[in-house]
Write a protein that binds this ligand. Structure first.
Ligand code: HEM
Length: 194
């Protein structure tokens, strides 16, 4: 474990990364697709429940991932990166983590504030309670619109950050030709440069 914290990521960190990456891309696509569906259909209701259920899994995995990261510090960024590039990388990673939490939390508040009072049943099995919504946000409709706006703009910001993140990974791999992407796909120690 210590070797990996120094030279690369461990298997658990790699599994967290790719599982969550797949879930988040799927959730962004599902959320945008859901928007134009007729709200009266039973199939729409089921898709909303699926969206909410996976959202809670993302929230739980995000919390576990942070705990794992605290215990297993991440390897350093490549030494050849300029100071500004490193700053951008750290800011981008911070933004991604922040939105991993902000998206499920704003979604949870949105459905909690809704005057429709639609229950959330995780994977049609476990009921999730609604959150208490601060009365300072006005009526239920106003509070719902507020959280809906945060959820929507959060999604656009997340899309921008994911695109930037993927572009940076590809730049490292194909232009800088360093091990940044490789170390997130394999636990093998990085080869020493000749
Ligand atoms: C990783 C977590 C999540 C992501 C990436 C995500 C993403 C999205 C996106 C992209 C939309 C469409 C936004 C728009 O343009 O209006 C959306 C809508 C929605 N999300 Fe999420 N979401 C997440 C978690 C959750 C959770 C946990 C809940 C509820 C517990 C939730 C409830 C909803 C609802 C109800 C809508 C439909 C809003 C409407 O059009 O009325 N989301 N989500």
């Amino acid at each position: 474990m210590l070797r990996n914290t120094l030279s690369g990521y461990g298997l658990i960190a790699i599994l967290f990364h790719w599982t969550m990456a797949l879930m988040i891309v799927f959730m962004l696509a599902l959320g945008l697709y859901m928007k134009q569906l007729p709200l009266t259909e039973q199939s729409t209701f089921q898709l909303f429940q699926l969206h909410k259920s996976i959202g809670f899994v993302v929230l739980a995995l995000g919390l576990l991932r942070i705990l794992w990261r605290i215990v297993n510090p991440v390897p350093r960024l490549p030494a050849g990166m300029a100071g500004l590039e490193k700053l951008a990388a750290h800011a981008g990673h911070f933004g991604l983590y922040a939105l991993i939490f902000a998206m499920p939390v704003t979604g949870w508040f949105m459905v909690s504030a809704s005057p429709w009072g639609i229950p959330t049943i995780l994977f049609n099995i476990w009921p999730v309670p609604h959150l208490p919504v601060p009365s300072a946000l006005g009526s239920q409709e106003q509070a719902e619109s507020f959280f809906k706006l945060l959820h929507e703009y959060g999604a656009y910001l997340l899309i921008a950050l994911v695109i930037g993140h993927v572009a940076a990974a590809l730049k490292h791999h194909f232009i800088a030709r360093d091990d940044t992407l490789k170390r997130m796909t394999s636990t093998a120690p990085a080869k020493a440069k000749a």
